[in-house]
Write a protein that binds this ligand. Structure first.
Ligand SMILES: NC(=O)c1ccc[n+]([C@@H]2O[C@H](COP(=O)([O-])OP(=O)(O)OC[C@H]3O[C@@H](n4cnc5c(N)ncnc54)[C@H](OP(=O)(O)O)[C@@H]3O)[C@@H](O)[C@H]2O)c1
Length: 347
């Protein structure tokens, strides 16, 4: 049985982690850690966490500070902190614990790209070479062998899962056009004007197009690793829903590439044959509602007038963050991938 610490347990990603880890059958202790509220019960920051019948929450449900968690030598830590803060917070744990970092601190391998995207030097240069990109369906062997897993961003998870198998087959040589929609929880729990109800309800808006969004270089990195030089045009949008994410990807076919819907079916089926969280939907366009609350990514596709369309949906807080982190944990420690994770969307 394993001992786990969760950093940023009061944020949206941290709250989902706490629920998943408390229900995980291979975990005996879950230590919630806070940089601002240590010494107060977690219920003050997360009133919906509910009972703890197996006594996995130590210290009368108190939030701990980092040093208290460090002294208890957890087997693994999950960091749901903002980028920049996360790597430094995790650093003292890296000798004794496997680190699952939900932030962007270790995702980009090129330090110049990190500097350009985040405006700061890539943290912990001496540690980052050991980090693996934790896109669970695509990097299982690497995750098994690493003690530092950079859990991917939500837009990259949603968009790369349909794209990478096609790219690995050499089928992406034209532009990749991604329009994606996120629920508001993607912006985190910290109060800001743009997250106010009046700003976001009955309102949908594009933001940070192209390389202005930090997930563009992350997706470009992974498409390159999958063998494509294609230019990637990315436009994210915010929609008035709490959770959920949808990517609509258009791939105009060039003269060199021929691809049919049946071929896409064959490629995705082969890539994801033994992957429990991928739902292949063929010509059915999936909805966020199909997957919210689950760790699934559902994928649909069609070919119309010389353009391949790929449609994918996830729950940004589950497969897009905390659920994928737990899936990575299961892979790393040899548990079945589905342990403690839901395959079913909400009704
Ligand atoms: N939301 C999503 O859909 C999503 C998806 C994929 C990845 N992510 C990534 O996951 C991480 C957490 O996201 P989130 O949405 O859960 O954020 P959030 O709701 O804003 O929560 C972040 C938590 O981090 C702690 N914190 C904030 N500033 C800190 C600092 N300077 N030093 C130490 N702790 C600090 C706070 O908890 P305390 O005050 O208790 O310490 C806060 O509750 C981010 O890196 C984000 O990019 C989020």
């Amino acid at each position: 049985m394993m001992k786990i610490a969760v950093f940023g347990a009061s944020g949206y990603g941290g709250q989902v982690l706490m629920r998943l880890l408390l229900d995980h059958p291979q975990i005996s202790q879950v230590m919630p850690v806070s940089s601002t509220s240590a010494g107060t019960p977690i219920d003050v920051r997360d009133s919906g966490l509910g009972p703890d019948p197996e006594g996995k929450l130590p210290d009368k449900r108190m939030l701990l500070n980092r040093e208290e968690a460090l002294s208890r030598k957890p087997d693994a830590v999950f960091s749901a902190l903002p980028h920049g803060a996360s790597a430094e917070f995790c650093a003292p744990f890296m000798d004794d614990s496997v680190v699952f970092d939900l932030s962007a601190d270790f995702r980009l391998t090129d330090r110049d790209v990190h500097l350009k995207a985040y405006g700061t030097e890539a943290p912990l240069p001496e540690k980052r070479n050991g980090a693996v990109y934790g896109l669970a369906e695509l990097y299982e062997d690497e995750i098994k062998a690493s003690n530092l897993i950079a859990v991917p961003g939500c837009y990259p998870t949603c968009s790369l899962l349909p794209l990478v198998p096609l790219s690995r087959q050499g089928l992406i040589d034209g532009p990749v056009i991604i329009n994606a929609v996120s629920g508001i929880s993607g912006a985190g729990r910290s109060p800001k004007e743009t997250s106010l109800y009046v700003e976001r309800s009955e309102n949908t808006v594009a933001y940070s197009p192209g390389t202005k969004h930090r997930h563009q270089p992350e997706m470009t990195q992974e498409i390159r690793k999958a063998g494509s030089d294609a230019a990637l045009f990315f436009t994210p949008h915010l929609a008035p829903m709490r959770r959920g994410m949808a990517s609509t990807i258009a791939l105009p076919l060039t003269g060199n590439v021929k691809i049919s819907e049946d071929r896409i079916y064959d490629i995705l089926t082969e890539a994801y044959a033994d992957k429990p969280f991928i739902g292949l939907r063929g010509r059915t366009i999936p909805s966020t509602r199909d997957v919210v609350g689950s760790n699934r990514c559902d994928i649909g596709w069609s070919v119309e007038d010389g353009i391949v369309y790929l449609f994918s949906v996830i729950d940004n807080l589950v497969k897009g963050a905390s659920g994928q982190a737990v899936q990575d944990f299961n892979i790393r420690f040899g548990f079945p991938q589905t342990t403690g994770l839901s395959l079913r969307g909400e009704v």
